[in-house]
Design a binder for this molecule. Structure first.
Ligand code: ASP
Length: 441
């Protein structure tokens, strides 16, 4: 039987009631043998996240300001959780050590130690509740001297350590530096820890438990009640994430992606929902004609050059892209015609640089005309089911025509898993809804 690594997010562990649900989820499947917890998150929308409070403690301490009030909120939260769950551990000793260490922090000490204690303390409580071993992440997750994850050392030590224990809790979000200091990942980094532990354990699946039943086919703020996605490939996910779908961070899944381990996004509050499975590969045939998701983003700018006989001019494209490169601007797409070439860039990357970039393009490319259109939105229709399925593009364009949305740009990746259309920003929401309605009914 395969073994599963389960990461639980902050809302799944926000109080004793939520942690009981987690306990039941773990008990329901003996394959769930390694748990990676986040720190307690918000219980209600107005509540505070423990991690935020810990950062606050640190910033006070580093300015030599008292932080007893904030600390009390943190400590009481853990006291309450431990008491409600009835676990036995010396929580007061742990709390006192954490508080004293934060208090000793000078100005300039990184906040990582303080921030990491949210996961550390939660991990201790959950390990005590389950009766499992607690493995401190500083002993198994390592950063190099430049602050990057040292995957080789981590894999080696972690795998060896996990082989020695059949059930364990490894707190998320942090590891240690070569000089033994605590270092955290970026915010939300418990997802990365979970993926690292799943890879280190050679899990058959990495379960990422959160408060939604998986990924949705589109943005629920724009499309009414979008359907959940059952299966998505890593490549599709990357396209969707890049275009603004809020899903697991790229960085968060690379350890499992590399190891070919699927990720299952599940809902702690609805454990019977299957959630979304993110897999290395999935058959396009089983998915023929259908799409996996629609994502999009506003705030792109198109720079269009027209020049007679452009297509005969060698090096034109290089000079145009060179002008962007010289100013550190990366481009997203380059739609071309016989005598025209455009570049689509994120508007934010041009702030302060627009005039200089245009000037260099004028000098280096000598276009007949140069136009700038600052208000483009991009909509990506993504799906392995589009591969070799005739009519998908027609369906997208037909839907947009019917909704009276003018298409300003079209780009289909050569992998055929995406079609990207550029529309006026004002048409963005309409475009998303029209395409969704055309494919999902
Ligand atoms: N607790 C950390 C944060 O709030 C890490 C995580 O939850 O993934 O960013």
């Amino acid at each position: 039987m395969g073994m599963k690594v389960c990461k639980f997010g902050g809302t799944s562990l926000a109080d004793a009631n939520q942690i009981r649900k987690v306990q039941a989820i773990i008990a329901a499947d003996p394959a769930r043998r390694y748990v990676v917890p986040s720190a307690p998150g918000k219980r209600t929308s107005k509540d505070q996240k423990i991690t935020d409070l810990l950062y606050l403690c640190h910033s006070h301490a580093s300015q030599r300001l008292p932080f007893d009030d904030v600390w009390k909120v943190v400590a009481d939260r853990y006291r309450q959780i431990a008491a409600d769950l009835g676990v036995t551990l010396d929580l007061e000793l742990e709390l006192a050590t954490v508080k004293a260490t934060i208090a000793s922090h000078d100005n300039g000490t990184p906040p990582d130690y303080a921030a990491s204690r949210g996961e550390y303390l939660n991990g201790l409580i959950i390990a005590a509740l389950l009766g499992w071993e607690f493995i401190d992440a500083t002993e198994v997750i390592f950063f190099d001297a430049r602050g990057r994850l040292d995957m080789n050392r981590t894999q080696q030590v972690l795998s060896a350590r996990l082989k020695k224990t059949s059930h364990a809790v490894v707190p998320g979000f942090y590891g240690s530096t070569p000089d033994g200091q605590v270092k955290t990942f970026s915010r939300g980094g418990s997802d990365i820890s979970g993926a690292i532990v799943a890879a280190g354990a050679g899990a058959s699946v990495y379960e990422n438990w959160t408060d939604v039943s998986g990924l949705l086919m589109s943005d629920p703020r724009i499309v009414d009640n979008p359907r959940p996605i059952d299966v998505v490939t890593y490549r599709e996910l990357r396209e969707l994430a890049y275009m603004g779908a809020s899903v697991l961070h790229d960085e968060a899944i690379f350890p499992v992606r590399k190891a070919g381990i699927p990720v299952n996004i599940r809902n702690t509050n609805r454990p019977d929902d299957a959630g979304t499975l993110i897999t290395p590969e999935a058959s396009p045939i089983a998915h023929k004609g259908t799409i996996t998701g629609i994502a999009g983003r506003k705030d792109f700018t198109v720079i269009t050059l027209y020049k007679a006989m452009m297509n005969a001019e060698v090096g034109f494209g290089r000079r145009l892209l060179g002008a962007l490169e010289d100013h550190g601007v990366s481009f997203e797409h380059t739609p071309t015609g016989i005598d025209t070439m455009s570049v689509v860039v994120q508007s934010a990357s041009l702030t302060d640089k627009m005039e200089k970039v245009l000037e260099q393009i004028r000098v280096d490319c000598e276009p007949d005309t140069l136009e700038v259109y600052p208000d483009l939105a991009l909509v990506a229709v993504v799906g392995r089911g589009m591969v070799h399925t005739p009519g998908t593009a027609a369906k997208v364009f037909g839907a947009l025509a019917q909704a009276s949305v003018n298409i300003r740009m079209i780009d289909q990746g050569s992998s055929e898993i995406n079609i990207i259309v550029g529309v006026d920003s004002k048409d963005f929401e309409n475009a998303m809804r029209a395409i969704y309605a055309a494919f999902v009914n």
